[in-house]
Design a protein around this ligand. Structure first.
Ligand code: NAD
Length: 378
């Protein structure tokens, strides 16, 4: 078969799918108003590796802080069991159909990390996260990072549905020497993440939004990202918008001369993935950071780290730090309108961080002991 024809057909199919996605984005619904709901359904999926152990602890904290509303029936917790790597491989689907239906019956989801086999490690199965972000249209990945003693208070708005990830498992090997992956940016996709970042800045009295790209190299996709962000910025004249290349921003984040001057960042998917791990490390490690994945209808809250398979192989999952998932729960509470409860959780978490020492092994406390301390201080 003619290689050029195969490649052309493959690309044409991808373009057609993406054109359909753009049409769907044009029909978007308004964001859900939680204050108008009689009942909010929180779905909990443990995921893989250390996921079930740390998600269980975060759910205990949530249940404790929401006790009254659970009893009144305003909040319902649902366990979603099937989002495991074994079940995903069994169905050869990143999210098996019945699990997706269960997820769609919830309003918000607390999700433990899920394993994605790398090339050569197992079947070529798409990341459950990437699939969930796409299926539930969770376009904004919001990651707050705060280090008060360094004057750092950042909010990262990572675009969650496009970039390198949307077609991440649909690249093509033309022959044994030549391979392509694809990167996608759309006007609609950038506009909604940029709007989310500037709205957040306005609502939280932030004065500056930094747009992160590599538009000098990736002129079409990052070029569009930059142009649309600046276009959205015109509606927010009180906020300073400026742009930075991703390489220099990764240096500036660890430069104490300048890092406290940044406030809100808006970034395409891959840069956001990398830069937020760096930012989390400045805060105290990936085990300390939570993130929200927000769309107009659904939202999912998780840790930013992965399933730490080596901790499980050496039987150390009970020592995994649940702070990241507890942070994720705090973001969940804020999202559904439980601001006071969110503040309570964050204060209790700060106390636990000081009082309970976790080392990731039996030289320190277990995740359960850590969560007990959070619950005692609610
Ligand atoms: P990882 O985040 O799982 O682990 C990196 C390091 O951090 C390891 O040393 C691990 O022991 C440590 N660590 C992570 N979380 C911790 C916690 N709560 N407490 C203590 N130590 C912790 O990264 P990885 O090894 O690159 O990825 C493992 C798997 O997770 C892969 O299959 C990857 O695809 C997946 N992953 C999932 C998500 C997600 O579901 N959101 C995110 C990233 C990676």
């Amino acid at each position: 078969m003619d290689k050029l024809k195969v490649a052309g057909d493959h690309f044409a199919k991808l373009v057609e799918e993406q054109m359909n996605r753009v049409e769907q984005m044009k029909q978007e619904e308004d964001p859900i108003d939680f204050s108008k709901l009689d009942k909010i359904i929180i779905g909990c999926c443990g995921g893989d590796g250390i996921g079930p152990a740390i998600t269980e602890q975060a759910e205990r904290v949530l249940r404790a802080v929401l006790k009254e509303d659970v009893e009144k029936g305003r909040i319902e917790f649902r366990q979603i069991e099937g989002l495991t790597i074994e079940n995903r491989i069994k169905h050869m689907q990143p999210i098996p159909d019945d699990v997706l239906e269960e997820l769609k019956a919830c309003h918000v989801i607390l999700k433990g990390p899920t394993t994605t086999p790398s090339k050569g490690d197992g079947p070529n199965i798409e990341s459950a996260n990437v699939a969930m972000r796409r299926e539930l249209d969770l376009f904004a990945n919001v990651r707050p990072i705060s280090v008060p003693e360094m004057g750092i208070d950042w909010a990262f708005f990572r675009e969650n549905t496009e970039g390198e990830y949307v077609l991440g498992s649909q690249g093509i090997d033309i022959d044994e020497d030549l391979s392509f992956d694809f990167r996608v940016i759309t006007t609609q996709g950038v506009r909604r993440i940029a709007r989310a970042a500037f709205e957040y800045a306005r609502a939280n009295d932030k004065k500056r939004v930094a747009i992160i790209t590599k538009a000098n190299i990736l002129k079409k996709t990052d070029g569009k990202f930059l142009d649309i962000c600046y276009d959205v910025a015109k509606d927010y004249p009180e906020i300073q918008a400026d742009d930075w290349f991703v390489d220099i921003i990764s240096a500036n984040l660890i430069n104490p001369e300048v890092n406290k001057d940044y406030e809100v960042f808006v970034l395409p998917n891959l840069y956001g993935d990398i830069i937020t791990d760096e930012a989390a490390q400045i805060q105290g490690g990936v085990g300390t950071a939570g993130s929200s994945n927000i769309g107009n209808r659904y939202a999912m809250f998780e840790a930013i780290h992965g399933s730490a398979p080596r901790m499980v192989e050496s039987g150390r999952q009970i020592y995994a730090n649940p702070a990241s998932m507890i942070k994720a729960s705090e973001l969940l509470l804020r999202h559904i309108g439980y601001k006071e409860e969110a503040d309570t959780v964050i204060k209790a978490l700060e106390i636990a961080n000081k009082e309970v020492k976790l080392t990731g092994r039996d030289t320190g406390a277990t995740g359960e002991e850590f969560a007990n301390c959070v619950i005692e201080n609610l």
